[in-house]
Design a protein around this ligand. Sequence first.
Ligand code: FAD
Length: 787
Amino acid sequence: MPLLSSSIGAIKPHYDVVVVGSGYGGGIAASRLARAKKRVCVLERGKELLAGDFPDTYAKFSQETQISLPAEALGPEHYGPRTGLYDVRLDEKMNVVVGCGLGGTSLINAGITVRPDARLFDDPRWPVALCNDPALLEEGFRRAEEMLRPEVYPDHLPKPAKLIAIEAAGRAIGEKVSRVPLSIAFESGLSPVGLKEAACRLCGDCVSGCNHSSKRTVATTYLPDAKNHGAEIFTEVSVRRVERRNTHWVVHYELFGAGREAFDSPELFVIADMVILAAGVLGTPEILLRSRAAGLSMSSQVGAHMSANRNVLGVGFNADVTINGIGFGNLPPEGRPPVGPLITAGVDLRDRSPLDEGVVVEEGAVPGPFAHGFVRAMLLAAAAFGSRNHESLTDIVEEMERNLESICEGPYRGATNNTLVLLGIGHDDSPGRLYLDNDRIRVAWPEGREERVAEMNKILERIVRPLGATFVQNPLWSDLTRHSIVTVQPLGGCVMADDASSGAVNHLGQLFAESSGSKVHETLVVLDGSIVPRSTGINPLLTISALAERACMGLAKKLGVEIDYAFTAPSALHFTPRTPGIRFTEVMRGHVSKSIKDDCAKGEEAGKNEESPLTLHLTVIAEDLEHLLADPLHRARVVGTAAAPALSPEPMQVSDGTLSILAIDPADPKAKRLVYGMRLTTRDGAALHLEGIKYIRDDFGFDIWSDATTLFVTLYEGALGGAVAGKGVVRVGAVDFARQLRSMTVTHVEKTEDRARILLRFSEFFGLTLLETYLPFRGGLGSLVPG
Ligand SMILES: Cc1cc2nc3c(=O)[nH]c(=O)nc-3n(C[C@H](O)[C@H](O)[C@H](O)COP(=O)(O)OP(=O)(O)OC[C@H]3O[C@@H](n4cnc5c(N)ncnc54)[C@H](O)[C@@H]3O)c2cc1C
C-alpha cells in the first residue's frame, strides 16, 4: 500500500484549496476539487496508518488511544498521544468516540454504507434549496456509492453465527431483519483508484482498523483518488483556526511530534483561496469557535443542534446459542469459525410512523484487541447490570457452566463466545451544544432525555431474550454516572439551514457570515457530519458523503470549474517505503537591520540599536537519515516561523526550507558549514528569502560552541538573489539548546532500542564531523562513523 502523505517540509505557502480533516467530508472535497484541477492540500491531525499498522493486541490498542476529560476532572485533561487513533471524549452526560488518522473515523468504523429513510428529507430543518433539488442529492448518493461500492454480506460466504442469531431473534419477536450494505471487499481485486483489495477474512476486527486491505475506508478510496489527481496530503498537522486576510484565508496550525510546544513556538500557517473544514463534529466547531474568538464573524448557531443519533449500546451476554462474536486480533485465522464483518445485519424497525419512532438494532462483535479483558469485564457487568429471565434450574446450571468455561478456557469459549453486542440507532431532537472551554471543545447535553434511552434499552432487551441471553446495558447508563451516554455517530454542531438564524451553513456548506440573514463567506465551507441538521436514524456515513458530493458539485459550478469523474490509470500511487528519520526543533534569537546590506555583524549591532529582533523557530526534518548521511550536502527540510517585527508585524511562515548540515565549506576545504535557506511568507502573502550560514572552522581559541550556534543571516526581497532586505545574526541560547536536544524525535521506528540506535548514529555523525574539523586526524570521518 503506497504512502499518501508527504513530509510537512514539502508544504507550499499557498494553495487554491486547503482541506482540514480527512474523513468522508475531507476526502470527498479533496478528491473532487483535485479532479476539478484545483491545487489542493489536505491537513490531518492524525497519523497515516497502513494495513498492518492497526492495533491487534490490547497493548497496541492502548498506545493508540487518547482520552479527553472535562477540565473539572481531577488529574490531566488529556491522556495518551494527541494523534492516537481512537479519540475518546468524556463529558458529563455525553461521551463521544471518533477516529483520528488519515481517513478519519472511517478507519475505525464498521463500513455500513446505507441510505437513510427517504422521509428524512421531508424535515423542514433541511434547507429549501436542498429539498427543491432531489436530483442533485440523488446524484450525491450515486457518486458516493460509486466510490465506496457497498454490498450486503454475500450468500456464498459462510453464514456467521451472530447473523444466524439475530435472524432467529428477529423471527422470534416478529420483526424484520435486514442485511446492511457494507463498504467491504468480499473478493480480491483492484479498486477503481488503483489499489489492491483483499477479500475480507471475516475476522470481525473492522473497528480496531482493517489490517487486511478489505475495508473501503476514505484512506483507500477518496484520498488515493485525490492524490492521483495531484492533491498534497500532510499528517500530524492540527488546525487551530482560520483567519480572513484581504482575498485569502490564513489557516493556522500546530505541528505534532516536532517538540515545538516546549518553545511556545508561534503557530504555523498556510494560505488558501478556499478552505474546506472537514474536521468532524467535534473538530470543525472547535476550529470555528476559536476563529470567532479571534474575530471572524459567523452565525451564533455554530455549536448548536448536535445529535447523538440515539446511539445505545447493549450486550446479550451468555446466550443459549453460539455467537462467535469476538474478533481474531493477532490470532492466526486458520481453523477459527468466521466472526464476519463487525456488523452484517440489524433488526429493522425503521418503517415506524412518525419517522422519529423508527429504530434499527444492529448486531456487532468485540474487536480482537479487547478479547482478553472481555471475560472479566462481562462477568462483572452482568453481575452489576445484567437482567435475565431464567426458564429453569437447568438453564441456570448451563449458564454457570458457560461462565466457568470462559474463565478457564478464555474468551473464545463459553459465556463470552455466546455474547452478542448490539447497537441501537434512532432519532433524537439534536439537543446537544458544543462550546469552547479552556480552548477545547466540550459537549453540553441536556437533562430529560433519559426516557428515550430507556425505551431503546427495552428494545435491545426484547431482542436478546429469545436467545436466552442476559441483557447488559451500557454500564455508563446508571444512576452512579448520571445516565451518561456514548455515541459513535455524532452529527450536527454546524448545521445546514436557510439562514443564519437557524443554522451555521447553507445548503452547500458555506459558512453564514453574520448572525442573521443568508450572506455567506463564499470560500469558507464546512463539509462533514457537523452540517447534518438532524439525526439520520441509521448509520450516517453515506448521508454525510452524499451531502459532501452534492456540495462539491454546487461549489464547482460556482467556481466555474468542472469535476472530471472518469477513473483513469492511477499515476501518483507509488510505493515509498517508510524510512527511519529524525526531527528536531531549533530556536535562534538575535537581531537584524533593514538598513545594513553588506555585513551580518554590523546588521546585528544596528538591529540592536534599532530594537529590531529576529527569532527563528525552525523544525528540521530528515525523513530518511541514511539518505541524509550519504548525501554530500547532508540536506534536511525545514519548516517553522520567523518573527521579525521590523519586516512583518506577525510571524512569517517558513516554507521550501532546507538545511545543509555540515557540508564542506567551498572557501575552505578544512571547514564545514550549516547552510539554511528558506522562503518567508507574511500573512498578507508577501515573500522574502532567508539565507543563513553557521561557519564551523578551527580558528583561534576553542570556539566550537559559538561556531555551532551562531547563524549569519541575509534576507532578500522576494526570492534568493533579490535585493538584500537586511542582515543580522541569530544564536542558539543554552536553555533553547537543552530544549532542542529534548525535542529530538526519531520517526518511523517502532522499537525503543532502534530509536536509540538512530539517535546515536545521528549524534555520532554530528559529533565526529565537529571533531574532525576541530581536532583533525588521519583517516577522516569515514573511518569512524559506524556502518
Ligand atoms: C466505532 C465506530 C463505528 C462506526 N460505524 C459506522 C458505520 O458502520 N457506518 C456509518 O455510517 N457510520 C459509522 N460510524 C460513524 C461514521 O464513521 C462517522 O459518522 C463518519 O466517519 C464521520 O465522518 P466525517 O467526515 O464527519 O468526520 P471524521 O471521519 O471524524 O473526520 C474528521 C477528521 O478530521 C480530523 N481533525 C479533527 N480536528 C482536526 C484539526 N483541528 N486539524 C486537522 N484535522 C482534524 C480528524 O482526525 C479526522 O480525521 C462509526 C463510528 C465509530 C466511532
